[in-house]
Ligand binder design. Structure first.
Ligand code: URA
Length: 231
């Protein structure tokens, strides 16, 4: 019997039980506030709605929700393991990502790949996404309305994947995900929480290409994640 059939049978048995109580004259049950909260949380969850990454991608469609669609080549949805324990979140696609539809494949991406390998992991073990999914012209910083429009899709991806840890890369990703205006220099290296998930902000690999002396800081931040992952 499939899990689906088992769930259907269980739900029918519960419904029959309630009908039995109703016939006896019972018209309600006490429910504590904490139980109600748990039920509401479950009802809002990705599992309850049978949400998958494919459904999120379908809903995104050939997005024209903000101005960035006009000059993009490809939407960069994100890639990696849907069961990843660790997710990396960058700012937004650059030239190479826009051309290929894949996140972090340019020079900064190659450095991120090296960081992942230094963690004894492969890109396929983690999930890599961005705050926005279309390249801003000339790689300018995403505008706040572009972030606001795109972020719900990243939130849905996070809810489906349910990583244990998120590593944000650079100030835009950390500030957008943590809803803060604190500078990355203050955020990096300290665990935060977003959507119930532990978030480690660190510098963006593109920043490291311009400031190689900051690699040491990033490695310190990465080691904090490795410790939690037991690697
Ligand atoms: N920089 C980002 O923030 N994301 C990418 O995917 C590539 C470069």
């Amino acid at each position: 019997m499939s899990i689906r059939q088992e769930i259907d049978i269980t739900i029918k048995a519960i419904a029959d039980t309630f009908r039995f109580f109703e016939d006896l004259g019972c018209n309600g049950f006490e429910c504590q506030a904490t139980s109600l909260q748990a039920l509401e949380k479950w009802q809002a969850s990705a599992e309850y709605h049978h949400e998958t990454l494919e459904v999120v991608r379908q809903d995104l469609g050939e997005c024209q929700r903000c101005r960035l669609w006009k000059r993009r080549s490809y939407i960069v949805f994100g890639e990696g393991s849907p069961n990843a324990r660790l997710m990396f979140v960058g700012e937004g696609p650059g030239f190479d990502e826009d051309q290929t539809g894949k996140p972090f494949v340019g020079a900064a991406g190659q450095l991120l790949t090296k960081i992942i390998q230094a963690m004894q992991l492969n890109r396929a073990d983690v999930y890599i996404a961005n705050i926005i999914k279309c390249r801003p012209p000339g790689n300018r910083t995403p505008l706040s309305d572009e972030i606001k429009t795109c972020l719900p899709f990243l939130h849905r991806q996070i809810e489906v994947i349910k990583p244990q840890f998120i590593c944000t890369l650079g100030s835009v990703a950390a500030q957008a995900l943590l809803q803060t205006k604190s500078p990355i220099s203050r955020l990096r290296g300290n665990w935060r929480t977003s959507m119930g998930i532990r978030v480690m902000p660190t510098y963006h690999p593109a920043y490291l290409l311009r400031n190689p002396d900051r690699k040491r800081d990033v490695w310190e931040d990465i080691k904090l994640i490795m410790k939690e992952l037991n690697i």
